[in-house]
Design a protein around this ligand. Structure first.
Ligand SMILES: Nc1ncnc2c1ncn2[C@@H]1O[C@H](COP(=O)(O)OP(=O)(O)OP(=O)(O)O)[C@@H](O)[C@H]1O
Ligand SMILES: Nc1nc(=O)c2ncn([C@H]3C[C@H](O)[C@@H](CO)O3)c2[nH]1
Length: 256
């Protein structure tokens, strides 16, 4: 960090169907020079399942398998989701113009919500065995410590809405794998986000990320069809990114 020309790296966090993809599109329209990285959900729905040299077994929908049989597939899911997030984070972004990096990169969720929201919740719900949770934490901690600043984020944007609002949006969107999701699951995930990003009672094992600033954005109301509400949200994000850039990358004169 502190290297001139380096991008400010943020993660966009929040409950299922709170509106992260919608918000990311709005960020793209408002800040076209920013680099936005969507969650690799399509990869989870179509995992090349290998097979033998003679016969390929095609692909597997790991997202569906995890929801249908969580005790069997949660560990597999968390290894794959975390790996896919890490690859997306380490992949070099395309340069805007030669020698001009993106001033800001925003990732939809992160290797940190993978652990401190989802995997933790699956463990507490009994879907990850203590041994699986211990092994997950062991390789997660080892990998991230080895990667050091390459795996760090400068701040978090937390989209917050009531779990009931998320359930309504989830039902309206009707992604086939999510048909069995009940309010209780969204309440659990809401609690995990709150303890991690607001109350700060979740034990976080990486100092940078533990102290990274969090911008909480209330999206309980409809911003999708409200230009004024969109303007307020975008101004909040811009002010947050500007302050964070001055604080964490002080030697970079790059304006946002
Ligand atoms: N502020 C909002 N008000 C009303 N509806 C919204 C709002 N934001 C998003 N929606 C709608 O809610 C649904 C879910 O939104 P979206 O797909 O952006 O959620 P998400 O957080 O990206 O979901 P996931 O956690 O699965 O990645 C979509 O139908 C979207 O049109
Ligand atoms: N178990 C589990 N672990 C994760 O790290 C994770 N990240 C996202 N999801 C689920 C939520 C949406 O249904 C869908 C798209 O966000 O994928 C996850 N589920």
């Amino acid at each position: 960090m502190g290297r001139c020309g380096a991008a400010l790296c943020l993660a966009l966090e929040g409950n299922i169907a709170v509106g992260k993809s919608t918000f990311l599109k709005l960020l793209g329209a408002t800040f076209p020079e920013w680099h936005l990285v969507t969650e690799p959900v399509a990869q989870w729905q179509k995992v090349p399942a290998g097979g033998t040299a003679e016969a390929s077994v095609g692909s597997a929908n790991l997202l569906q398998m995890m929801y249908q049989e969580p005790a069997r597939w949660s560990y597999t899911f968390q290894t794959f989701s975390c790996l896919s997030r890490l690859k997306a984070m380490l992949e070099l972004p395309p340069e805007r113009f030669p020698g001009t990096p993106h001033p800001v990169r925003v990732f939809e969720r992160s290797i940190y919500s993978d652990r401190y929201v989802f995997a933790k919740n699956l463990f507490e719900a009994g879907h990850l065995q203590p041994l699986e949770w211990a092994i997950y934490q062991d390789w997660h901690g080892f990998l991230l410590r080895q990667l050091g600043p390459r795996a760090a984020l400068h701040g978090f944007l937390y989209l917050r809405a009531m779990p009931r609002t998320c359930l309504e949006r989830l039902r309206r969107r009707a992604r086939s794998e999510e048909g069995g999701i009940q309010l209780g699951y969204l309440q659990q995930l809401h609690g995990q986000h709150e303890r991690w990003l607001v109350e700060k009672t979740t034990e976080v094992h990486f100092a940078d990320v533990k102290h990274a600033p969090v911008l909480v954005l209330d999206v309980d109301k409809d911003f999708e069809h409200d230009a004024a509400a969109q303007g307020v949200l975008m101004a909040q994000v811009e002010a947050f990114a500007t302050a964070l850039r001055a604080q964490t990358l002080p030697s970079c004169p790059n304006p946002l």
